[in-house]
Ligand binder design. Sequence first.
Ligand code: 5GP
Ligand code: ZN
Length: 345
Amino acid sequence: MVLALTSALSRCNMSDCIFCMIGAGDIPAELLYEDEKVLAFRDVNPQGPFHILIIPRDHYPSIKEIRDECLIGQMFNAGNRIAEENKIKDFRYIINTGEDAGQTVFHVHLHLIGGRKMTWPPGEGEKMKIKWIGHSALLLEGSRKVLIDPFLTGDPAATVSIDDVTECDVVIATHDHGDHLGDSFEICRRTGAVFVSLYEISEQAEKEGLSAEMMNVGGTIETNSVKISMVPALHSATLGGTAVGVVVEFDGISVYHAGDTGLTMDMSLIGEMYEPDIAFLPIDGRFTMTPRLAAKAVELLKVPKVVPIHFDTFPAIKSSPEEFKNLVGNKSDVIILTPGETIEL
Ligand code: 5GP
Ligand code: ZN
């Protein structure tokens, strides 16, 4: 009797449930499938290029409350159909059940995520790898592949050539100087990656037929499941007139790439507002900070890990990462890499 009552109640449309509201048409969603029992729509915060939620129209808080085997089958059938129609060959189904498992909306839903490689086991243990390609170029690899300042062609220190880059989701350029914008456009052309930069540089990318996101200092965007915040840097540039730094976040890791910059008090705010897990700071001492100033930047940022970059690429920018490490002392863990080396976070 009690069971029947619970079941009858849970089948009512709940006025405070987001997914019931989507089912009722009260909240907009991009629908991909519907029948009289099941509904599928795009996730508002996609965790991959293709992320769909499949829900029963009736309200069940979680999969545990569904007694109707057919309904469960119908949800998977809908998912299989959507995957096929959208040419998603490999994908993952997920039903988070309960808070500790990551459930945040308590109307049962089947996640269908595809369009990217996934690691196993899911959740904890997914690490981000960061390769210092050389000069200012970084490759961030986890559930997504992100390149920052990919100056590969013409960089005597580069350990990756443009032909090595076959897959990429996002390319970010901190400014339009050749040693930062580098091969960005060509990589986007070859891989279909989204180009992210200052308004004027992205406008140029769009003119060249690339998919681009325009930004400016202070903004935060999300593209291809990568969150990018544009932060101040003190440096010149042609397009856009200035250079910027970026804070890039995905897989739960936040990376600050300072671009080219002098020392600025803004670094204190960058540390406070974005709380990066790691910072990549230029230390060449001619076009950007000296090791002494970069050590002060670490103090302002209060960042737990830091890697010196943008030095020794050319004779004019010889610098000393060891001096930088000594000056930072115990204020942060200074990791001195050589071009081509990778760290895991
Ligand atoms: P959970 O964490 O409960 O397994 O997943 C809930 C999912 O619902 C999340 O991926 C979240 O992005 C998505 N979501 C939350 N609110 C909305 C909304 O209003 N519209 C859409 N389309 N998705 C939503
Ligand atoms: Zn509901």
